[in-house]
Write a protein that binds this ligand. Structure first.
Ligand SMILES: Cc1cc2nc3c(=O)[nH]c(=O)nc-3n(C[C@H](O)[C@H](O)[C@H](O)COP(=O)(O)O)c2cc1C
Length: 418
């Protein structure tokens, strides 16, 4: 029956409190830590981000120091049935990602049999860890019984996680025996087939990412976290201490996260509300979490990783931002081709343009233009005057980035280039 409580909130708190205090007083974000059989080089992780966390977004986070990065959520059903786009694009891992630390693929699903198969497939392909989404509040996911819906069905959630653990073990064993070639699409599409990175026969670690509960005030996620570790053999819990009902709004309940850290005999990865370096450091110190997982704060802001890990203090210059945006555009073309990249990249511009330190009106107009231009050639032309103005150190005032939505190449704004 659902609802069997393995450990009440805060159970085992006293003996573990000292451990946490010792840990939190000594642990630093740039220190390595153990995730099951994996050694993660530091404690700052890129969170799973649906529709965003592909190989190049993860690679970007790694270039700036992230110790681990988790993919966007991927349907276990789509993996099980070898959906081409899922296998070729969503499971694509660039070998360079591995240099900076482990890569995890996040799966979602509600069917243990399907989850086992999907985990085996992903593990066979040589991913370093698998995360199971038990926190997604989006109706499209929840209505299938997956994501946050599993919080209301803890027995099923435990079965799904256990199936993933078993599937991952099977996949790791197959990979260790060299039966990984021919796995549909993973690492394909030009990124190169990934190798099996340090995967032992014991299987790669499975983590679960949970909300505190479905509705405000509930702590079903806290209870489920204990069961997932005790009964399913999950290696760590990603904890987002906001209820699913509030989606991403409101203040995360770090006190509940602290209680989870104190009572759970496994690492807790904290996510939620860490928009800047100071917030992340404070949340890490206050909760004693093993690691922090950055989401919205890292969108278009890979510098946040270097702030936390290398002590970077300087705000990225306009040139830095333009370089990073150009890098992103080129990688998107590599991933999707010019035409699809044009549309896909529209969601990225609003993260970068505000960091260009432009006059408000100019920034707004540039933003609008970037959303409507029909090709990436137009995008590059729109950005060129911004780049020129950077190198010439000129002043921005009253400039309108010229563009034409009629298909004519956009002309660099003379005002911007002035
Ligand atoms: C655009 C967007 C997409 C997200 N996609 C996923 C996802 O695929 N899987 C998941 O577990 N969480 C997902 N999340 C939740 C984040 O991983 C993170 O836990 C949450 O945003 C809280 O962190 P923040 O307050 O720093 O943004 C998403 C959040 C956002 C904003």
């Amino acid at each position: 029956m659902d609802g069997q409580r393995a450990n009440p909130p805060g159970a085992g708190r006293r003996p573990l409190k000292l451990k946490r205090q010792l840990m939190s007083s000594t642990a630093r974000l740039d220190e390595s830590w153990s995730l099951g059989s994996l050694r993660v080089p530091n404690r700052v992780i890129l969170a799973p981000l649906a529709g965003i966390g592909n190989w190049f977004v993860r690679l970007q986070a790694k270039r700036f120091g992230a110790g681990m990065a988790v993919s966007e959520m991927v349907s276990s059903h789509a993996v099980h049935y070898r959906n081409e786009k899922t296998c070729n694009e969503m499971l694509r891992i660039d070998p360079r990602e591995r240099a900076g630390g482990p890569v995890a693929i996040q799966l979602f699903g509600e069917d243990p049999h399907i989850m086992r198969s999907a985990a085996a497939h992903v593990a066979t392909a040589g991913v370093d860890a698998i995360d199971i989404n038990m926190g997604c509040p989006v109706p499209k996911v929840r209505n299938t019984g997956a994501g946050a819906a599993l919080l209301d069905h803890p027995d099923l959630a435990v079965q799904v996680a256990r199936a993933a653990v078993e599937g991952a073990r099977e996949g790791s064993e197959r990979a260790a025996r060299g039966i990984g070639a021919g796995v549909t699409g993973v690492g394909g599409g030009g990124a190169g087939v990934i190798g099996v990175g340090g995967v032992g026969v014991g299987g790669i670690p499975i983590t679960c990412k949970l909300r505190s509960g479905l509705r405000p005030g509930e702590d079903s996620g806290f209870e489920l976290a204990h069961r997932l570790v005790a009964e399913a053999g999950v290696a760590a819990i990603g904890f987002h201490p906001r209820s699913a009902a509030v989606h991403h709004k409101g203040v995360p309940d770090y006190q509940l996260a602290t209680r989870l850290v104190e009572s759970l005999p496994a690492p807790v990865i904290l996510t939620g509300g860490m928009d800047d370096a100071r917030g992340a450091r404070e949340a890490f110190a206050a909760t004693g979490a093993a690691a922090v997982m950055l989401a919205r704060g890292a969108l278009g802001n890979p510098w946040l990783f270097s702030e936390l890990l290398d002590g970077r203090e300087a705000r990225p210059s306009r040139q830095d931002v333009l370089d990073e945006l150009s890098w992103t555009i080129e990688r998107a073309v590599e991933h999707l081709g010019e035409q699809r990249a044009t549309r896909y990249l529209r969601k990225f511009y609003p993260w970068y343009v505000p960091r260009l330190q432009l006059d408000g009106t100019i920034a707004r107009e540039l933003q609008e233009s970037l959303q409507s231009v029909p090709t990436l050639a137009h995008v590059r032309e729109l950005l060129e005057p911004v780049r020129l103005s950077t190198s010439e150190r000129t002043r921005f005032s009253g400039a309108k980035p010229a563009h034409s939505s009629s298909g004519e190449p956009a002309r660099p704004s003379s005002a911007l280039a002035r």
